[in-house]
Structure formats: C-alpha cells, structure tokens
Design a protein around this ligand. Structure first.
Ligand code: HEC
Length: 408
C-alpha cells in the first residue's frame, strides 16, 4: 500500500483509540464518583437508595439511584458499554497495525527470542486470551472472595506475565503486550461480566423479583478492578514514547512500581469522592514509587560497561571520540530511517521528527541518542541495523566527553 496513505490510516486509528479511551475512562470515572457521592435521605421515592446534586452546564442535576425497579420503568434506558468496546476494538486495530504489521521492528527482538513474524503474532494473541482466562479464573476461585488477596494475586500475575513477555518480545513489544493484556481484561470485564450481569439484574427487577445479589457484587468487583488499573494502563499506552520506561533491563519491575503508583493515586480520589478523610499517605506511596522508578532506570543501563553514568569515568579513559567518528556510526546505523527522505521501507518521514543526517544534527540530538541507543537499546528498533556494542560504547564516550566539556 502507498506508505503515505498507510501512515495516515495509522494516525486515524490512533485518534479513534484515544477518543474512545477518553470517553470510556470519562464515563467510568464519572460513575464511580457518582456512586460514591450518593447519600440516602428521608423522602426519596420508594426503592431509591440515595441521591446526589450536581451542577454543570448552567443547570442542576438531581441524580437518584434505584437498587430495585422504580415504580415506573423509564422508556429509555442508556447503557454504557460502547465506549469500552470501541476502545478495545480500536486498540486491537492499533496493535495489529503497529505491532503485527511492524512485528520485525517493534514486536520481535532476535537477541531475546528468534521468532518469525507469525510465531510472534501467535504468541501475542495466545497470551491475551490465556491472560484473560487466568484472570477470570482467579476472580471466580476462592481467592476472588477476598478483594485484598485477589488484588495482590492479580498484581503478581500481571507483573509475572510482563516478565515473561520481556523474555519473548522486544522490550517495547513486551510493554505494549502487558498494556494490551490489561486493556483486554478491562474490556472483557465489561463484555463478559459487568454488562451480562447488569442485564440479568434489570430483567429480574422488571419481573418484580429480587435479583441475585451475587450478580451485582461480581460486576462491582470487576468494575473496581477496571477503575484501579486505568491509570497504569494509560501510562503503558504512552510509554512507547519513553525508552527509559520500557527499554531498561528491569522494565518489568518499573511497570510493577508504575502500577502501585497509579493504584495509589486512584485510591486517593476514590476515597475523597466517598467523602471520607483524605488518605494523604497515598501520595507518599506514589512519590516513593516515582523515586524508585527513576532510581531503577538510573541503575540499569542496557550495557553497564558503556556508560559511566553517575560513576566518574575511569582515569585511563581511551582517547576522546571526535564528532566525525560518532557521526560515522550514526550514519551507518540510524540515518537510513532518521533522514529527510528515509530509505528504510515503510518509513516515509524521519520518525518523531528526529533527523540524524548531518554531524550538526547528530550533535544537536546527543542527549536523545544517549537515551535511545546507549542507556537503553531502544534504537535501532529491535537492533534491526545490527549496531554493535562497541559502537554504542564509542557513542557513549563521545556523549559523556561532550557532557564533561560542557560542564567544565
Ligand atoms: C528502522 C528504522 C530506524 C532506525 C535504523 C533507527 N530508528 Fe530511531 N526511530 C525509529 C522510529 C520508527 C521511531 C519512532 C518510535 C515511536 O513511534 O515512538 C524512532 C524514534 C527515535 C527517537 C525518538 C524517541 C522518542 O520517542 O522521543 C530517537 C532519539 C531515535 N529514534 C534515535 C535513533 C538512533 C540514535 C538510531 C541509531 C542508533 C536510530 N534511532 C535508528 C526508527 C528507526
């Protein structure tokens, strides 16, 4: 297909995915907030559990929640589900577009596991299905009766699977696979549990019967899981722009702390919405996680021998590397993509606008090159142009020398 058209299709799917995600998260946050802020009051209609007043858009809203069928069933009942389905469907389309069509660049890293394109796609699809089956099984098992224990086991499960992914896919692919798994679990929670249970509850109420309380309880549990993993999932989705997040050797551990951080922040807001005392400790947890993430990233360069990092460079350092030498390496390994007119098939414009086609441009991008090709091995993608460790070390010395010269 025409690469320009292809590129625009990608932009369109991404746009759709972001919009659908905003709509889903927006309605989900809204309803969790509404549910928490409902207050019982004398004089509410029969069957009403609580009410909340809200002001927005120049008027007042009087929200009343009925736990049994209201005396008059409304003619129109709005269901919230297409936000979730559209987010998942567009997410799958994006996964296929970027990671399956571009598997050689983004999903596979031959140095991790020598997979063919179809093997990698097969593994990825299988992992999404199996991941859901295991998660769903955990929720239905005796563990699922204890929310706290289930959360802990679920957390271990996600981190463990992410670790497995890092043993199968490129680091960037592994991170996205973990995000896709969490997103799939969220959407399947809506499709397989929350909405079907909701339908059964509504049907029972319409018949004037008391619905099985287990239905609502199970739906609520899944809904809370979705609510708490929202923030980590959104981070994973944008993480492919941050090689430091996905590219380090302990990226799965970074993801673990990101999950704790996101859950803690969410917990703060959920508690506040209930009108309970603010749990300020959650910000301490989030702050400590943030520090740990930075420290982990600082402590795990892809190739410790290449970087002096915080440790002063050895006194007997080799001769300084000239810009020309660095530029030669970059020209050989990077410029086929990062040029005004890239010569790599399928790449039509310099990715992310990063131009590395002249010594000046390369010097101007020194710190980005350091992060993408020295500190992490995110670039070249899947080391497709076979950059050697020796070349990365030379780039490291060039950039670190420059840094020292600038500092003096
Ligand atoms: C096969 C093509 C290809 C090669 C070779 C390549 N890159 Fe990239 N590079 C990309 C693509 C595609 C992206 C955009 C990734 C994304 O979508 O976030 C990118 C993004 C980048 C970014 C921006 C990261 C960000 O999101 O802020 C930097 C910096 C970079 N590359 C540096 C390099 C360096 C240095 C080399 C050589 C060591 C290199 N690239 C080799 C394709 C390539």
């Amino acid at each position: 297909m025409d690469p320009i058209v292809w590129e625009w299709i990608g932009a369109g799917i991404r746009w759709l995915h972001v919009i659908a995600g905003i709509a889903w998260i927006g309605s989900s946050f809204y309803f969790v907030h509404l549910d928490s802020s409902l207050k019982p009051r004398e004089g509410l209609p029969a069957g009403a559990y609580g009410e909340a007043w809200q002001v927005h858009g120049g008027g007042f809203y009087h929200m009343v929640k009925f736990l049994v069928a209201p005396a008059h069933m409304p003619e129109e009942l709005t269901w919230f589900k297409w936000e979730a389905y559209a987010t998942w469907l567009s997410g799958v389309a994006l996964l296929i577009f970027v990671y399956y069509f571009g598997a050689q660049l983004y999903l596979i890293d031959k140095a991790v596991l020598d997979l063919s394109t179809w093997q990698a796609i097969g593994l990825s699809v299988l992992a999404l299905i199996l991941g859901w089956v295991i998660y769903d099984g955990l929720c239905r098992s005796p563990i699922g009766r204890h929310d706290g224990l289930l959360a802990l086991v679920g957390f271990g499960f996600v981190v463990g699977t992410t670790f497995l992914f890092t043993e199968m896919f490129s680091s960037r692919g592994a991170f996205m696979q973990a995000g896709a798994l969490m997103g799939t679990i969220m959407a399947a929670n809506v499709f397989m549990i929350i909405i079907p249970n909701q339908r059964k509850v509504v049907a029972a109420l319409m018949r004037g019967e008391a619905p099985d309380p287990a239905l609502g309880k199970r739906g609520k549990q899944r809904s809370m899981h979705n609510n708490y993993i929202t923030l980590p999932v959104v981070f994973v989705m944008i993480s492919n722009h941050y090689p430091l997040a996905y590219g380090g050797s302990l990226n799965w551990l970074i993801l673990a702390f990101l999950i704790v951080m996101g859950v803690a922040i969410r917990h703060f807001f959920n508690t506040m919405h209930k009108g309970l005392p603010a749990p300020w400790w959650t910000w301490w947890v989030a702050g400590v996680c943030a520090l740990i993430i930075v420290a982990l990233s600082r402590a795990t360069p892809a190739d410790p021998a290449a970087t002096s990092g915080l440790i002063p460079a050895p006194a007997a350092a080799a001769a300084p590397v000239a810009l020309a030498e660095a530029a030669d390496i970059v020209a050989g390994r990077c410029s086929m993509c990062h040029a005004k007119e890239p010569v790599w098939e399928g790449i039509t414009v310099p990715p992310k606008g990063v131009l590395l086609d002249s010594p000046e441009a390369i010097a101007a991008h020194a710190s980005q090159i350091y992060i993408a090709a020295v500190w992490t091995h995110a670039m070249p993608p899947a080391n497709i142009t076979e950059m050697t460790l020796e070349e990365r070390r030379t780039l490291a010395r060039w950039i670190e020398d420059r840094g020292q010269t600038a500092a003096n």
